[in-house]
Design a protein around this ligand. Structure first.
Ligand code: UDX
Length: 435
């Protein structure tokens, strides 16, 4: 089927190439001319494992074309809206201007019977407003939230763990759902669970899922705070409670907490929207979830100051990791980069290493020093902070690393290292939530 994708960021670009790999004829549209140019050449504008190959194949096979002109969507029957909904300046609410602009630009090019599929994360109630504009030209809106994780974006798009549609009532909704089913025929045939519901529920599913995940992470980080004062080990605690299948061990990794372009802003936007609906109390706990999360960053800085003897001024601090998570070059709300910047603010000489995110990090925090060579980053360090759990850091040889640094002191912000091995190699090992 011919489909269009409006917005070619992490979500849209991966979605467009994935839909092409399923056999559809895809046209992608973005207002960013540089991004369009790069994608048209089959070159990814960001790092995402497996995406380069998928994109090159899709463009090479002629199944994916990209354009900066929204008129290119004409002729497609299903139009995916994949633009961002960042946190609004000066408030916790979502900035919907990109979604509004995308739908406004699409409407003049829609044909009767087309389906517009919203994938962006939006405050509950948004779809109903957009649906009226789409229906005015004889098309139908389906809300189909996206659950992809960066680092696993391709696999999550091609093999999602569920497919959710919010549709209008009656035959119109059924027909629209059937058309989107054709686009997702392959994952549906694989047995992917499907939930078809109303707009409000579909919108809420996304923020509820991200709120639950954020809460799970902050729960274990709250336990880490307790472990720190009581002398417990949060890693063993997580292992033990995780054996209870009702709890589960996944997303119970204590450490520097969550960042990125989704979890932090989604919980804030959820609180803002709940307030508007007069139900702020129902999700007030998310304020605590957010507070626990940011306290971890402050605690990491405290720990660095402590091991440096109370004064960081002039100390050389090697920060390993700038991306908000491994296998990504995304530094949006990155806990690692935040800690690096705070230590820089205290007068430390911070040297940041990351396998993929240095260019993005430099744009955001230009005053920090960056080093692409891991051993050079470690050389002469008074303390090493592991703040993103890249494989490169897990695989470090602690004995070799000890020979490079000025003082063998390591702070493991992600529970990434083998504590015994590092201690055996002569390192002073400190971690959040562990003795
Ligand atoms: C998230 C959701 O997982 C995804 O379903 C949604 O579509 C978008 O938002 P993503 O932002 O890619 O995906 O990252 P995720 O893997 O959820 O990790 C978020 C943050 O939590 C990262 O900073 C990660 O380091 C942190 N995290 C994750 C922990 O601190 N502990 C954990 O146990 C898991």
């Amino acid at each position: 089927m011919r489909v269009s994708v409006v917005g070619l960021g992490y979500l849209g670009a991966v979605h467009a190439a994935s839909m092409a790999s399923l056999g559809h004829e895809v046209v992608g549209v973005d207002v960013d001319a540089a991004r369009v140019e790069s994608l048209a050449l089959g070159k990814s504008p960001f790092f995402e494992p497996g995406f380069d190959e998928l994109l090159a194949r899709a463009v090479g096979a002629g199944r994916l074309s990209v354009s900066a002109d929204v008129a290119a969507v004409a002729g497609a029957r299903v139009h995916f809206v994949c633009v961002g909904t960042p946190q609004a300046a000066g408030s916790g609410a979502a900035d919907l201007s990109f979604v509004e602009a995308a739908v406004s630009s699409l409407v003049p090019h829609l044909a009767v019977g087309d389906v517009v599929v919203g994938k962006s994360t939006v405050p509950v109630g948004t779809a109903t407003g957009l649906a009226a504009r789409v229906e005015a030209v004889g098309a139908t809106l389906v809300w189909n939230p996206e659950f992809l994780r960066e680092g696993f974006a391709v696999a999550d798009t091609l093999h999602p763990d569920r497919i959710v549609y919010g549709v209008p009532e009656g035959e119109v909704g059924r027909r629209a759902a059937a058309l989107v089913d054709e686009v997702y025929a392959t994952p549906l045939a694989e047995g992917t669970p499907q939930v078809v519901t109303d707009y409000a529920t579909a919108e809420l599913v996304k923020v509820a899922a991200n709120s639950f995940l954020a809460t799970k992470i902050s729960f274990i980080n709250a336990m880490a705070e307790l472990c720190e004062v009581a002398g417990g080990d949060v890693t063993r605690l997580a292992d033990a409670i995780g054996h209870d299948q009702r709890i589960g061990r996944r997303f119970l990794n204590a450490g520097l907490g969550f960042g990125g372009g989704c979890l932090p802003k989604d919980i804030r936007a959820f609180m803002a929207r709940a307030d508007e609906l007069g139900a702020g109390e129902a999700v007030a706990f998310l304020g605590e979830v957010d507070a626990i999360n940011t306290r971890r960053r402050a605690r990491m800085v405290e720990l660095a100051v402590e091991v440096l003897g109370g004064d960081v001024a002039g100390a050389r601090v090697a920060v390993l990791g700038a991306a908000f998570k491994p296998d990504s070059d995304d530094v949006r709300d990155s806990p690692a980069l935040d800690v690096a910047a705070r230590l820089d603010g205290l007068g430390a000489h911070v040297v940041v290493h990351d396998p993929q995110a240095i260019d993005n990090a430099r744009r955001k925090e230009p005053s920090l020093a960056y080093e692409r060579d891991l051993e050079a980053a470690l050389t002469g360090a008074d303390v090493v902070l592991v703040l993103t759990e890249w494989r490169h850091y897990r695989d470090l040889d602690p004995a070799r690393a000890a020979g490079l640094v000025a003082r063998p002191q390591v702070l493991d912000g992600r529970g990434a290292l083998d504590r015994d091995a590092w201690q055996a190699a002569g390192w002073t090992y400190r971690a959040l939530g562990r003795p």
